[in-house]
Each structure stands twice: as structure tokens, then as C-alpha cells.
Design a protein around this ligand. Structure first.
Ligand code: NAD
Length: 252
């Protein structure tokens, strides 16, 4: 198989829903042993169970990624891994006038301290073995400013900075660090919000209009890129921030 992940132990945060769920499923299909991590127990358990029912290997662990002590304890329980996907993230709508200092802190705790905490817990083991792939979920908002998403844009720019910094300091070790920067993705959450509009189709096209190809991405399309970055075929790729946004970041 191309991009075979057999023998790799892969941890995916925020795997109880949306993009993280698609990544966990795809990794398991490619042969990885998957650790489904989420703070939402029923959702995470359900994803791990679905993977096992399909013949894959998965176990769920409940974790709030903003908690450094719990992240370290999880690393002690699980031991070494070869792939770490820092996908868990939260959003906030608003520009300066609608954003409070607390909103900035709340997003920073999950979107930035989360990946940092997981890296602190799991990357030392990767460095020791000289092997590993760390994939941080940023956003098009990590590369340019998204309208009325001040706190989110700030946090996702920080994810790009974190990824580049890790790659700058540690790529000589054999461990790789990359960021994925999706545009709008049609997750179950986005679908549910669209369904609330009087004209869901018009709302879809309005939302997707930032992307030059006029449509939203699918979680499975983001998972395909994560799959490549997790595999040994991407051995030359480190320190990169991969746009997957239907052309949004190319400019208007
Ligand atoms: P989602 O809301 O569908 O899923 C996020 C998952 O993360 C949920 O299961 C949630 O329980 C979990 N989570 C949230 N906070 C957590 C915490 N503190 N600890 C552990 N788990 C936590 O989100 P999604 O749309 O699939 O987005 C996944 C990632 O992709 C996020 O980082 C998001 O910013 C990024 N992203 C999403 C889009 C999009 O359009 N959906 C676009 C660009 C980037």
C-alpha cells in the first residue's frame, strides 16, 4: 500500500468529531494503531468503537489538551508514538470590538497550549528514537487574517510559529514537524449550522465563496493530506505549512 502506516502508533487529538475523526479513521485503515483523544468521552468512544468494528486498532483516551499534567500522564501511560496529530481546536467569531481578553486566553489554551503540551509530553520520546511526525492543525487563518475571527486568527498564526520553531530546532533529529492550513471544511458542525439558515444552499455558497474553487473541503480531503505527512513517503517534508483551501490563500 502507498503511505502504509502499519507498525506506527498514531495519536490524534480532537478525534471525536469532524476532521480529527476522519484522520483517525484514515490512519487506522492504513494500518496504524490509533489513539483517539478527545475531551468529549461519548464522541471519542464512538469513533474508537467504529474503527474497531471495521477491523482497525483504536483506543480512546479522555484528555483536555489544555492540561499539561494530564498530557504528561497520558504519555507515561502510552509510551512512545510515531505520529502525533494536534488537531483539537475551538473557534470564536468577532473582531476587536466583539473580542475580550478572556476569549484570546480561551482559544490560546486549547489551540496553542494544547499542541505545545502534547509536544512536551510526546516529542522527547520521538527525539530519543530519532523518528516521528508531528502534524499541527492550523488554518488558512494561520497564514492570513480571516474576517471577524481575531482571536482565532491570532491562535492559528501561533500554531504556524510553533510548528516552524519546532522544525527549526529539531528537524536534524529525524523527527518532522508540519502544519496543515485548511480553508472552510464541511464538518458535521458546519452542516448543522447551515441547516439553520432559511436557504441552506445559498448560505453554503456564501460561506464557500472565499475559496477560489467555490466549494468547501471535506474532512476526508484533509485526512488524506495528514496521511501523507504521517507516512515515510513525506520524509523530506518538515517545517512546512500546507494550504488545503481551494485556493483561498492564493489571493482574491
Ligand atoms: P470539531 O468541532 O468538529 O471537532 C473538534 C474536536 O475537538 C471535538 O471533538 C472536541 O470535543 C475536541 N476538543 C475541543 N477542545 C478540546 C480540548 N480542550 N481537549 C480535547 N479535545 C477537544 O472541529 P473541526 O471543524 O473538525 O476542526 C478540527 C481542527 O481543524 C481545529 O483545530 C480547527 O480549528 C481546524 N480547522 C477547521 C476548519 C473547518 O472549517 N472546520 C477550517 C480550518 C481549520
Amino acid at each position: 500500500m502507498v503511505f502504509d502506516l502499519t507498525g506506527k502508533r498514531a495519536l490524534v487529538t480532537g478525534a471525536g468529531s469532524g476532521i480529527g475523526e476522519a484522520i483517525a479513521i484514515r490512519f487506522a485503515e492504513a494500518g496504524a494503531q490509533v489513539f483517539v483523544i478527545d475531551r468529549d468521552e461519548p464522541q471519542g468512544e464512538a469513533v474508537a468503537a467504529r474503527i474497531r468494528e471495521a477491523g482497525g486498532s483504536a483506543e480512546f483516551h479522555c484528555l483536555d489538551v489544555s492540561d499539561p499534567v494530564a498530557a504528561k500522564a497520558l504519555a507515561e501511560r502510552l509510551g512512545s508514538i510515531e505520529v502525533l496529530v494536534n488537531n483539537a481546536g475551538i473557534g470564536h467569531v468577532g473582531g476587536l470590538l466583539e473580542t475580550e481578553s478572556d476569549d484570546l486566553d480561551r482559544l490560546h489554551a486549547v489551540n496553542v497550549r494544547g499542541p505545545f503540551n502534547l509536544c512536551k509530553a510526546f516529542v522527547p520520546g520521538m527525539l530519543e528514537k530519532g523518528l516521528g511526525s508531528v502534524i499541527n492543525m492550523s488554518s488558512v487563518g494561520g497564514l492570513l487574517a480571516v474576517k471577524d475571527r481575531l482571536a482565532y486568527t491570532v491562535s492559528k498564526h501561533a500554531v504556524v510559529g510553533l510548528t516552524r520553531s519546532l522544525a527549526r530546532d529539531h528537524s536534524h533529529s529525524g523527527v518532522r514537524f508540519n502544519a496543515i492550513c485548511p480553508g472552510r471544511v464541511e464538518t458535521p458542525f458546519v452542516k448543522a449550522r447551515l441547516a439553520e439558515y432559511p436557504d441552506p444552499e445559498a448560505a453554503y455558497h456564501e460561506m464557500a465563496s472565499t475559496q477560489l474553487n467555490g466549494r468547501m473541503g471535506k474532512p476526508e480531503e484533509i485526512a488524506a493530506l495528514a496521511h501523507y505527512l504521517a507516512s515515510d513517503e513525506s520524509a523530506m517534508v518538515t517545517g512546512s505549512c500546507q494550504s488545503i483551501d481551494g485556493g483561498w490563500s492564493a489571493g482574491k
